[in-house]
Design a binder for this molecule. Structure first.
Ligand code: BTN
Length: 258
């Protein structure tokens, strides 16, 4: 079980644990709409309509994973979702290493992989100042981590995995410590939102650096080539088949097998 008292004693931002919610990101938006204007964190034991990127869903059964949303309010425009998303993948990967001793690889932008299966993802959204009479911009960072999730729906069976075969112990602090680490890590990032301190780890743990990939979006294939690195904003640098270096700040990567 989560221990809300333990988590809040160690966290730099208030954390609320919910038993069940449609989506912690959607609940965060409702809180913003009803006037919340200081940073906060929501964590759910279960989500009934967990959301992924690109309109996908995020499978979130009871007590098998972390379903976590951090909301940061800012006076200045914080439209730089890419930077936040890259930083979050580093924070989540370090949290998993610290708490569970497991090394995950990062697939641009922010998917964490273990044994070729996706174990974590982040959906970053932004509510601009004035949208709901909110007088600050709000960045909503929703991270899901499959700790011991099993029985994935058919469409995820081949792609999704978990960090552990075993159910989460009720007497250990795994989930509490992961929540504290994520909360304080994101709070640190927003205190000094410079990606340079995160890129070393990001590169070292990249699943795709130096590999042949295809980049596509909803309209189809954007480019094909070798991943050369990531710039200071987290954009991907690809050397394409014409040997041109191209920088992209969005799109979906697939590993291209030769
Ligand atoms: C992805 O992999 O496409 C992103 C998944 C993000 C899932 C998390 S779980 C907590 C938060 N609430 C949601 O509805 N989604 C995010």
């Amino acid at each position: 079980m989560y221990d809300e008292k333990y988590i809040n004693e160690k966290s730099l931002v208030p954390v609320e644990i919910l038993d069940e919610i449609d989506s912690t990101n959607e609940e965060a938006k409702r809180r913003i709409r009803s006037g919340k204007n200081e940073d906060f964190v929501l964590v759910a034991r279960k989500q009934t309509a967990g959301k992924g990127r690109k309109g996908r869903s995020f499978y979130s059964p009871m007590d098998t994973g972390i379903y976590f949303t951090f909301v940061h309010f800012s006076d200045s425009s914080v439209s730089d979702n890419l930077k936040v998303t890259v930083a979050t993948s580093v924070i989540a990967s370090k949290a998993i290493k610290e708490v569970l001793g497991i090394d995950c690889m990062i697939k641009w932008v922010n998917d964490l992989y273990l044994n070729d299966k996706k174990v974590s993802g982040t959906l970053c959204e932004c509510i601009l100042k004035g949208t709901y009479e909110n007088d600050k911009d709000a960045v909503i960072i929703g991270t899901g981590i499959n700790i011991s999730t099993k029985d994935f729906p058919d469409d995820l069976l081949m792609k999704a995995g978990s960090l552990s075969e075993d159910p989460i112990g009720t007497s250990d602090n795994i989930r509490n410590d992961l929540v504290v680490y994520l909360t304080n890590g994101l709070n640190d990032f927003f205190t000094d939102p410079d990606l340079s301190g995160y890129l070393g780890f990001y590169n070292e743990h990249s699943l795709i650096l130096g590999k042949s990939v295809e980049l596509s979006d909803a309209s189809g294939l954007l480019d094909k080539g070798t991943v050369k690195g990531f710039d200071e904003k987290g954009a991907i640098i690809i050397e394409n088949e014409a040997k041109d270096l191209k920088v992209y700040d969005s799109g979906e990567i697939s590993l291209f097998m030769l």
